[in-house]
Design a protein around this ligand. Structure first.
Ligand code: SF4
Ligand code: F3S
Length: 324
């Protein structure tokens, strides 16, 4: 993990790096097809994505961990189909990430300072976790500075800021009542950012984070977003409308108790507290665990983890919500 000058990529160099990482050409093209699908683009865009990734300038990235549980980093590092984490690390120049970087202490802080100074207006800032503002921000400090002061300095000089996970979007769990640390998301800690993309979820789905970056590298623009700054490709459709259990909902076929016959037959989980009717996220199509499963597929209702203040609005979680 080193600072690299912004240089135009080349296909042979890119392919060489992939080979060294054990990623075959076939897996790379499969990844590009997956990205086209996640971005809701026709399959023919896979070739354009492949060309863009092979030749793109690798943007420097700094990843800030604030008041968080590190689940977004886990989501980022655990992806393996086909080695999304390796591909992403190859597409980007990850200059600073406290959890995975080699330098520690003063040297790690220097990596951040160097990137902000040398690449002002050119680096991408990823923020994970909420930012405490209570009592002058004393509840989260890194290298002798508050998270609030770091966020204000680093996000304001970035090309774009990506707030990953619900905490970085609007405070998440830490901001649940009574919010003892005064936790907020990036949008409130650093208001007025020119480009702030919010990727909520508890945690973020790495497919959506990757697709957002791939969209930028392919089209030189960030994906279109809704009024909350969430990319429409990922947060444009209601889970309820895309849910494979929707027919059961329409026919009033509901699970009434965990493990009952209706549960075993895959009926609707609305009576068990499913918040799918109140949640926009592409979980039914992109899924989790390398696209193998997702909460409702595994028999658990949606908690609405990508929606505003879901901890307060949706708890207690296992009682029916409002479906209109
Ligand atoms: Fe699916 Fe939940 Fe809607 Fe039922 S309430 S159809 S389980 S999203
Ligand atoms: Fe979250 Fe619901 Fe998807 S709980 S992971 S938005 S199915």
């Amino acid at each position: 993990m080193t600072n690299t000058r912004l240089v135009e990529g080349s296909a042979p160099a890119f392919e060489g790096r992939l080979t060294r990482q054990g990623v075959s050409r076939r897996e790379f093209l499969k990844f590009c097809g997956l990205m086209a699908g996640t971005l809701a683009l026709p399959a023919r865009y896979a070739g354009r994505i492949a060309y863009a990734l092979e030749t793109a300038v690798r943007p420097p990235v700094v990843w800030l961990n604030f008041q968080d549980c590190t689940a977004d980093t886990e989501s980022f590092l655990r992806a393996s189909q086909p080695d999304v984490d390796d591909l992403l690390l190859d597409i980007l120049s990850l200059n600073y990430h406290e959890t995975v970087m080699v330098p520690s202490g003063r040297m790690s802080v220097k990596s951040l300072e160097d990137t902000v100074r040398d690449y002002a207006g050119q680096y991408v800032c990823v923020v994970e976790g909420s930012i405490p503002t209570g009592d002058g921000g004393v509840y989260c400090g890194i290298g002798g500075r508050t998270a609030l002061s770091i966020a204000q300095e680093v996000c304001s000089q970035a090309l774009a800021t990506l707030a990953v996970g619900t905490c970085a979007w609007e405070g998440g769990l830490a901001a649940a009542v009574p919010n003892p640390t005064g936790a907020v998301g990036v949008k409130d800690a650093v208001p007025g950012l020119a480009t702030l993309i919010n990727l909520p979820g508890c945690p973020v789905n790495v497919a959506n984070l990757t697709a957002t970056i791939v969209h930028f590298l392919t089209f030189q623009q960030w994906p279109e977003t809704d009024g909350a700054g969430r990319p429409l490709f990922a947060y444009g459709e209601e889970i309820h409308e895309e849910c494979p259990r929707h027919d059961h909902y329409e026919h009033d076929e509901f699970v009434q108790e965990w493990g009952d016959a209706a549960h075993r037959q895959g009926w609707c989980l609305f009576q068990m507290g499913c918040r799918g009717p109140d949640t926009k996220h592409n979980c039914p199509s992109v899924k989790w665990n390398d696209g193998t499963e997702w909460p409702i597929g595994a028999g658990h209702g949606c908690l609405g983890c990508s929606e505003q203040r879901f901890w307060d609005r949706h708890s207690p979680f296992y009682v029916p919500g409002d479906d209109d």
